[in-house]
Write a protein that binds this ligand. Structure first.
Ligand code: AVJ
Length: 320
């Protein structure tokens, strides 16, 4: 038996807009319950993801940073200086900021779904780089998007580091990259970080770390859902599950019910048997060739790639 949770489940009003409530409700009521990984990122979730990036098991951030450190000048020659740098899923903006001295963008446009988190980060950045025009945008990139007029149209370079592209299934990634290309200018480009297929044990550990930060990151989604749809998820009744699915070439994250339970919210309710799961995230892994092929299907022309010595991660440049 599980200990009763410390806080009583209080009736709570939803804070998400109707479309959000409808989308989450649909996912929770599907035969295989699923939620979009974008709900991992409330303000605590963004902080937990920052902590993940410092874990010894979570190699992508470190490995990508090492690639930028080692090949930064080469990358800057490819990308060119003075561009409008559009950071897709900027988070704390640290990766782009580390490239400012080399890329010297004219304008920096960080985009992130978590508005509060982004505004704090950009505020600090403006003081450090007063010569770069900055326009932060709180946008959900999981659907169609259009950049507003204040984003200079000349030479837009899209920056999509960290293997965030991995959250899309390959066909969705192609659709997303097509939209990016439509928003790029004629001489525009894309600098993108891609996580590569590797030993399953390395992948499993990266998404199920020893001190449980990734578990907290995943479980925190339930608190966020409670806030968004007014549900009564008891976090203590759930556990984190993550593994590499080789057939699908992706790491999957799930939340698994530790006991039979029912979740209720104003628009619905769902019974979960013990062991039943909510699929919360996919993180697709590629080879250099399979990703170059995907870029081509989106209409981009891949023209350079940089990797670490172990071949765990790739940074690719493509022209629009
Ligand atoms: C932010 C999507 C790149 O897939 O590795 C980290 C998210 N999930 N640990 C990833 C994540 C669990 C991360 N991305």
């Amino acid at each position: 038996a599980l200990p009763p949770s410390a806080a009583p489940a209080l009736p709570c009003t939803a804070h998400g807009d109707p479309a959000t409530v409808a989308e989450i409700t649909r996912g929770l009521l599907a035969r295989q319950a699923a939620t979009s990984p974008k709900y991992l990122y409330d303000s605590l979730g963004s902080r937990l993801f920052e902590a993940i990036c410092e874990l010894p098991e979570y190699y992508p951030t470190r490995t990508e940073a090492a690639i930028f450190a080692r090949h930064g000048e080469d990358i800057a020659r490819r990308v060119g200086t003075g561009a409008t740098l559009i950071d897709l899923g900027a988070g704390n903006c640290a990766k782009a900021a580390s490239l400012f001295p080399l890329l010297r963008p004219k304008q920096y446009v960080p985009i992130d779904i978590s508005r509060e988190f982004l505004n704090e980060a950009v505020g600090r950045l403006r003081q450090r780089f007063p010569d770069i025009a900055m326009n932060a945008l709180a946008l959900d990139l999981s659907g169609p998007f259009m950049l507003p007029a204040e984003v200079a149209p000349q030479r837009r370079v899209f920056f999509y580091p960290g293997s965030s592209i991995g959250n899309f299934a390959p066909h969705e990634a192609i659709a997303f990259l097509r939209r990016v290309r439509e928003n790029a200018s004629h001489y525009g480009g894309l600098l993108i970080g891609v996580d590569l297929i590797k030993d399953a044990a390395v992948l499993d550990a990266a998404y199920d770390d020893a001190i449980g930060v990734t578990a907290a990151f995943n479980l925190n989604m339930l608190r966020h859902l409670n806030h968004l749809i007014g549900s009564d998820f008891d976090v203590r009744q759930w556990q984190h599950v993550a593994f590499f699915n080789a057939e699908e070439s992706r790491v999957e994250m799930h939340l698994e019910a530790r006991t039979a339970l029912t979740v209720r919210w104003p628009e619905g309710e769902r019974h979960f048997a013990r062991g039943e799961r909510i699929h919360t995230e996919d993180s697709y892994k590629y080879t250099r060739d399979s990703f170059a092929d995907l870029l081509a299907q989106a209409g981009f022309h891949a023209d350079d790639v940089w990797t670490d010595t172990a071949g765990w991660f790739a940074v690719m440049h493509a022209r629009a």
